[in-house]
Design a protein around this ligand. Sequence first.
Ligand code: MG
Length: 378
Amino acid sequence: MKLALLGSTGSIGTQALDVIENLDSDVFSIAALAAGKNVALLSEQIKRWQPQVVSVYGSAEADQLSTLIDTSNLEILHGEQGLIACANQSQADRVLNAVVGSAGLSSTLAALEANIDVALANKESLVIGGELVQQVLQQSEAKLLPVDSEHSALWQLLMPHQSQEIEKIIITASGGALRDWPLDQLHQASPQDVLKHPNWNMGARVTVDSATLVNKAFEVIEAHWLFQMPYTQIEAVVHPQSLVHGMVEMCDGMVLAHIGMPDMKVPIQFALTAPLHQPMNTPRMDWVGQSFNFDSICNDRYPAFSTLLQAAEMGGAALAALNAADEVLVERFLAGNIPFTQIASGLEEILERYTPTALTIDTIANVDQWARQTAACL
Ligand code: MG
């Protein structure tokens, strides 16, 4: 299988290359790598994996890259067009889209339009562009394969069943690093406090989004599109141990649960080898003395969760606005410019000021820009 790996220097991207390193090298190869600004790491990856095409953030990074490596058998592209070309013109059989942010949507659409399967780790493709991705999927022979741990779990549980057997799906949330903090101290949480995620090792934005449950709201929205489930049939619960990744309640009341140690390499590998599980040297469950706790999502602690789902019900470009605003608010929080609690209040403010707009690629860009500017001044 020839793979185009978009977002190769990020958390998912580097773990994906580790996974492929351990899979059969006669079966898997890398046709394309796309990264942003980490040219030093990308040049190492190019030497190891010998892709035919790579893409970087801009022309400055492309120039920098060409000074670091032998470019005789390599096409170096940049920008959104470069990312899209890696997805649909690199002769890849599968695209693993691990781009962070709304920049990932156009390459997901381009791959699906070219009938190339997409292993999806870019949440924004479905969070912002769910409606557009759905339209393209209806015309395409390609499939979307979830990479996120919760969706991988649900995918595996749902695989042998028909939709009429399913009553609801349940997504678990760790609750993030501030889960046990007193409510009246949340506004004092520093970036260091929030970045100490209890169970998962992830990128900075998604770790902050885990503490606000923005990430979990995004995952509910992704599940809605991936599994064609109405929001009334998707439940999210806090599960501090992060061992149960997803559950499916059947129409006879029986519940299937997907359990395993939290390790992103497992769902990454499954997105490449499904429906087969392949051997992996991962930590194993120790069942003795292990307990599983579940809690409801408390709105006072996680107000952003309901704001995001309100935007999801609204449809159109509302989630494009909130996603862009969240990116800015998280950056401002990480830079020490706003308190943690202002991420959620900022999102609420943006939704109040948002003018309902239909969803197209053009409106996404406009709404995104409006939301970024507005969130920067809140
Ligand atoms: Mg997840």
